[in-house]
Ligand binder design. Structure first.
Ligand code: ZN
Ligand code: ZN
Ligand code: ZN
Ligand code: ZN
Length: 512
């Protein structure tokens, strides 16, 4: 069975680890990887609406439900297939609501451990005739520096490779175990113990063979790899529905201005395509964190979640802009990326953030410097309430709209320091984007369209001054809403703006 089709070469980079590069000049829209996840899990919303086994959306008439734990299936077939081994084991734990098994990444972690034991035990039978477990654990969790011969082996096959997942795929991934706090590590150990306990209930489970401490350590290593490589997959409506591990796609690196993007086919299979022309030998990149966040926020997230400091083209550009700002070259920076976190000065000009700690803003028009403590507090408060509203929208979208309207209103007020968030400030922008989607969901199309009209002006300005993918990504997130809109001129102007990216993303060009 083929798990992935791949069109990239692998290279070793001493600071980044593996790097996937274009094997030849590639045009925009070319598929570079198509991959089925090695393990995956529906998120807590989709678990109500999709088949637990095959992920198809379920209709009321065909719905089957597990009586014990309440997960849904699309058919009797999926229900009985799933209950053969895996579901039988995991069902009591899903049923035990005090464990919150479906609310976190637990099913994904459990499935990855199960996969590992299955495949490792297969290798174990092949490799060890004396019934001892091959000590692959030593390399897990560490970055394995490959030999030239190994890299060459990866690259010898024809341009489009077919690949079947195997236990070595997990070896090749990076983990950041070293940065875990002792609390994280002990929680991880408790969870891993639980998974192994569940798996050993299967009389045929390889878990039974390894009743030693090294197995626990090995599986913990594996989960740390999972934590920094799992992806959130969106469905064709742009809503996140699964968490999944794609070991081959995970070999490709992050950029805040990526040349590739990923779409899912609705059942979890990922298709990665070039978004721009890529020259032979250039790294193929995608984004690990939302591109619509400001540079400091993206960097902070990458550091926390993936343990690296981003020095991509976009981040480097930001650094040099900030440097110019600190040198006092304010005039030329008016439309720059620094506006991602800009405020409006008393004079009406845009004030960019000059420093973070302590926060200081400087006006690009009049040069006035303002200490931004009140603004920082305001942003923290807005972020918190925005997250609460998004959470609430799962169960009560109407109430969430009311909450977001209040957040939007407050986001236009100034903090104690008299600075107001600039319309291009990523938080201000995000609030409006979320509200537009929520209004559309609640059928308040008129209010939605009005707010959208205001967003379009910002889009048009940004596209003109900074024609880059990060701006277009704002639009991609809103596409499902746009499709529902009745205002034709607005729809037209939006389609004009996003058509290139839309075509690249959603036209289905298979690799083979
Ligand atoms: Zn199914
Ligand atoms: Zn069940
Ligand atoms: Zn970056
Ligand atoms: Zn000013």
């Amino acid at each position: 069975m083929t798990d992935s089709f791949e069109l990239f070469r692998l290279r070793w980079n001493s600071s980044l680890g593996f790097e996937g590069v274009a094997p030849m000049d590639l045009p925009p829209g070319r598929t570079v990887v198509e991959e089925t996840p090695i393990s995956s899990q529906l998120n807590s919303i989709s678990i109500q609406t999709r088949c637990f086994r095959c992920y198809t959306k379920i209709t009321e008439n065909s719905r089957k439900m597990c009586e014990q734990c309440g997960v849904h299936y699309c058919s009797t077939f999926c229900c009985s297939e799933d209950s053969k081994i895996e579901h039988k084991l995991v069902c009591p734990f899903i049923a035990d609501k005090s464990l919150n098994f479906t609310e976190r990444n637990d099913i994904l972690e459990f499935r990855t451990v199960a996969y590992h034991l299955r495949t490792a035990s297969h290798n174990w039978e092949v490799l060890n005739s004396d019934n001892t477990y091959p000590s692959i654990s030593r390399s897990l969790g560490e970055r394995m520096v490959p030999s030239e011969a190994e890299i060459a082996k990866f690259n010898t096959s024809s341009l489009v490779r077919k690949h079947t997942h195997n236990v070595l795929d997990l070896f090749m991934l990076m983990s950041h175990k070293g940065t875990f706090t002792s609390t994280t590590a002990s929680e991880l150990s408790t969870r891993t113990n639980l998974y192994l306990q569940i798996l050993s209930r299967d009389p045929n489970s390889p878990a039974l063979f390894y009743s030693n401490a090294s197995l626990l350590e090995e599986c913990m290593d594996l989960i740390t790899k999972l934590i920094c490589n799992n992806l959130i997959g969106d469905d064709s409506d742009g809503k996140p529905f699964i968490l999944a591990l794609y070991p081959r796609i995970s070999l490709l690196n992050h950029s805040c201005r990526p040349n590739c993007g990923i779409v899912l086919d609705g059942k979890g299979r990922a298709v990665m395509k070039t978004l721009t022309a890529v020259k032979e030998g250039e790294p193929l990149t995608f984004n690990y964190t939302p591109l619509t966040d400001s540079t400091p926020r993206r960097r902070e997230r990458l550091q926390i979640w993936f343990d690296f400091e981003c020095h991509c083209e976009r981040c480097t550009e930001y650094d040099s802009l900030l440097h110019r700002l600190q040198l006092g070259h304010t005039e030329e920076l008016r439309d720059s990326a620094l506006l991602d976190e800009a405020c409006v000065c008393r004079c009406g000009g845009a004030a960019a953030r000059l420093s973070t700690n302590p926060p200081v803003y400087v006006c690009l028009a009049c040069g006035l410097k303002t200490a931004g403590e009140g603004t920082v507090a305001l942003i923290a408060d807005l972020t918190k309430r925005e997250e609460q509203a998004v959470q609430l929208a799962r169960t009560d979208p109407v109430k969430a709209v009311q909450m977001m309207l209040k957040v939007l209103q407050d986001s236009k007020q100034s903090g104690e320091d008299h600075l107001r968030l600039h319309p291009f400030h990523s938080r201000q922008f995000d609030i409006r984007c979320i509200l537009v989607s929520l209004l559309a969901r609640c059928g308040q199309i008129e209010a939605c369209t009005a707010l959208f009209g205001d967003l379009i002006t910002t889009f048009e300005f940004l596209s003109e001054h900074r024609p880059s993918l990060d701006v277009l990504y704002f639009l991609v997130r809103l596409l499902p809403t746009v499709r529902k809109m009745k205002d034709a001129p607005l729809k037209d102007s939006l389609l004009r703006l996003h058509s290139t990216l839309f075509d690249l993303f959603y036209s289905n060009v298979p690799l083979n």
